[in-house]
Design a protein around this ligand. Structure first.
Ligand code: SF4
Length: 186
């Protein structure tokens, strides 16, 4: 395993009780257990790294996506109306720094979070409705070339890792079928 094969993982996905509601959201999947044994996984909670407490009020990106927050054209608010945009930006920067320090080429993040979401996030109305979009951390990681996968895309991530390993080994045809992967929903 090369250092670049490491995977930044949402800490709550690994069983850490760090979500806004004080709970974890563990993913029971044999691939995760295997990668853990292989030393590939780098568990990280962006929001905790920025000093957000557990539990904490829920937060949503206001009618926009993480990339808009990075462009400073959208904000993140707690349910009570407090603007927490700066905290979410710091969380994303901490996650990027950890991914780069640890040599992570990939990230496997819980979907739906205003930080870790990568295919869907809540719509900013605190009404329990989700729409297509990504969180602030996912957007920043992607901007810096780290491939981000949602928890429900773990099998796609595994195929991507295998494909890259075969490419490195020089196996003919290892690039076949790769085109669609770079276009995964974001
Ligand atoms: Fe989990 Fe990410 Fe939220 Fe931390 S920021 S609790 S890792 S979803």
């Amino acid at each position: 395993m090369g250092a670049g094969d490491r995977i930044l993982v949402s800490a709550c996905l690994m069983g850490a009780a760090v979500r806004y509601d004080g709970r974890a959201k563990p993913l029971d999947h044999p691939l995760l257990a295997r990668w853990l044994e292989e030393g590939r996984l780098v568990p990280f909670c962006p929001e905790c790294s920025a000093g957000m407490p557990v539990p904490r009020p829920p937060a949503e990106i206001a009618a926009a996506s993480g990339a808009d927050v990075l462009r400073q054209s959208a904000q993140v608010f707690e349910a009570g109306g407090r603007d927490v945009t700066d905290l979410f930006l710091r969380a994303a920067q901490n996650a990027l720094a950890e991914a780069q320090r640890s040599g992570c080429r990939f990230a496997l993040l819980i979907d739906g979070s205003p930080s870790c979401g990568s295919t869907r996030i809540y719509d900013g109305q605190f009404a329990g409705l989700r729409r297509s979009g990504e969180g602030v951390t996912a957007a920043l990681l992607r901007r810096h070339g780290i491939e981000v996968f949602a928890d429900h895309q773990i099998d796609i991530l595994a195929r991507q890792i295998d494909r890259l390993a075969r490419q490195i080994d020089g196996e003919p045809g290892a690039g076949d079928g790769a085109e669609g992967l770079s276009g995964l929903p974001s």
